[in-house]
Design a protein around this ligand. Structure first.
Ligand SMILES: [Zn+2]
Length: 250
């Protein structure tokens, strides 16, 4: 059956304007196309059946949209925690619920730090130690209140997270050696910056990235992400916020 003839029949159906005829033509058009396609392929086959398709899940988004979302899964779980690609996200925009509290460092963080500490020690000159690990919501509330009383809220917010906004509440962040910006220029600080990713850690608040992360430079604050993502992020030079296209602001 030729295409011109199809067009004429379709035109005829439209001209006649009856529903019954129009449906009949539509069915004929469908069958004809299938037959024609089979001939063109040289392998006549029965009309394919259409399988039941899964119901698509609703699109998940962040604000603002990220160019990386097409290869990441964004989930706010029943625990109220935002995870992107399986990674817990905590910053000034994204908070943890008050009830969220693993009670200590995650086992993989303890293991990764022990491996990193041993590797650093093997150089004979770098001594690493954890000076702060897990902190509960309540503990962070106390620390933050003391900090605000001491230096005022504006200064406090640049260097200390409000309760619910601290990565230390996840059990996936550690502070090492000394809480001083000058730590970044020590041998241990330089070793951390160059090697932490090999053990799954990143320097979470790099120098010059306050506009992205919301926090000033903290060469001592390490976030565990696993070796693969930590290595990718470190190589990219991007912060978590820049990588995912997230804000970090109260
Ligand atoms: Zn910290």
């Amino acid at each position: 059956m030729s295409t011109p003839r199809l067009d004429r029949r379709l035109l005829s159906a439209i001209t006649i304007g009856t529903v019954a005829v129009a449906l009949g033509v539509a069915a004929t058009v469908g069958e004809t196309r299938l037959t024609s396609h089979s001939h063109a392929a040289g392998t006549p086959t029965p009309a394919p059946t259409v399988p039941d398709l899964p119901v698509p899940t609703p699109a998940l988004t962040t604000t603002p949209p990220s160019p990386f979302l097409d290869r990441q899964v964004v989930v706010t779980g029943p625990d109220g925690v935002l995870r992107i690609g399986g990674h817990v996200i905590v910053n000034k925009t994204y908070a943890l619920p008050e009830a969220f509290g693993p009670g200590g460092l995650a086992p993989e963080v303890d293991q990764a730090f022990a491996a990193m500490q041993a590797d650093a020690a093997s150089t004979g000159v770098v001594d690493l130690r954890i000076i702060s690990g897990y902190r509960s919501f309540a503990r962070q509330s106390q620390n933050y209140a003391q900090r605000v009383a001491s230096v005022g809220q504006e200064v406090a917010d640049r260097g200390m997270a409000r309760p619910g906004h601290s990565e230390h509440q996840t059990g996936l962040a550690i502070d090492v050696n000394q809480l001083s910006t000058s730590f970044g220029q020590t041998e241990a600080g330089r070793w951390i910056a160059a090697n932490a990713h090999r053990f799954g850690f990143i320097v979470r608040y790099p120098d010059g990235k306050e506009a992205a992360t919301g926090f000033k430079y903290e060469p001592w604050h390490l976030r565990y992400l696993g070796v693969e993502f930590a290595t990718e992020l470190t190589a990219s030079g991007l912060t978590i916020e820049e990588y995912y296209g997230l804000t970090s602001a109260y």
